[in-house]
Design a protein around this ligand. Structure first.
Ligand code: PRP
Length: 216
């Protein structure tokens, strides 16, 4: 049963590259949103009236929050953010773009410290992922230091021995004399859905997911 044909489905997009690739995909399945390509607009919400879908852009880490509370039915966000935010949401589709890896990185000299008894410091934008990796997978106690960006600085200036961060091309590491020491988890963009929306708008959401999947 279609719960309410007139209701708009709301899609939250993480700002930046993922949003751009996501909108290309929505365009491909016949749900374009021309307005969003206008670089000068300060609008926050974009509507496709034909499909009765509205899109909004949010900071990546806020996307799972909007989806958990049902302010967005659907979200498109990186797996890194999904793991870090640990929200009550369904992850329904791997979009395959935005591919990168969450890694433990540092100078080569830090490699041996990762398997020693030494207490090391780990700088990261992802304290939950880092903690889970070191405490649950490696059974190693570490001191985690939360940073908000330019994480590669930490081992260079002596804030930490290693970092847990996203590696895409590897050029940031290389240009700063750092290397991947261990891989934590591979990452890519995912579609997430609010559990109540999934029940109430089951047909519409499943059709949408099917179309997105077929367009990949
Ligand atoms: C990300 C990540 C690395 C870099 C990896 O940072 O934190 O620094 O990209 O990409 P690469 O392997 O292709 O060099 P981002 O540019 O998002 O900014 P941030 O440092 O503010 O987190």
């Amino acid at each position: 049963m279609n719960h309410n044909e007139n209701r708009y489905l709301t899609v939250a997009l993480g700002k930046g590259r993922l949003a751009k690739s996501a909108m290309e995909l929505f365009t491909k399945i016949g749900i374009p949103c021309e307005e969003m390509n206008d670089k000068t607009t300060r609008k926050l919400i974009f509507v496709n009236e034909d499909a009765r879908i509205r899109f909004f852009l949010a900071k990546g880490p806020d996307v799972p929050t909007y989806v958990e509370y049902g302010a967005a039915d659907i979200g498109i966000v990186g797996e890194d953010t999904i793991l870090e935010e640990n929200r009550n949401i369904y992850e329904v589709l791997d979009l395959g773009f935005g591919k990168c890896r969450m890694c433990v990185c540092g100078p080569e000299s830090a490699r041996e410290k990762l398997d020693s008894q030494e207490l090391i410091r780990v700088a990261t934008k992802y304290p939950r992922i880092a903690k889970d990796y070191f405490y649950e997978k490696k059974n190693k106690t570490v001191e985690i230091i939360k940073l908000n960006g330019s994480i590669e600085l930490a081992p260079i200036v002596g804030l930490s021995e290693v970092i847990v961060d996203i590696v895409e091309t590897g050029s940031t590491l290389k240009e700063n004399g750092l290397a991947v020491l261990e891989e934590v988890v591979p990452l890519s963009a995912r579609v997430v859905v609010n559990p109540v929306s999934m029940r109430m708008e089951n047909m519409r959401i499943n059709d949408l997911i099917r179309d997105l999947k077929n367009a990949l």
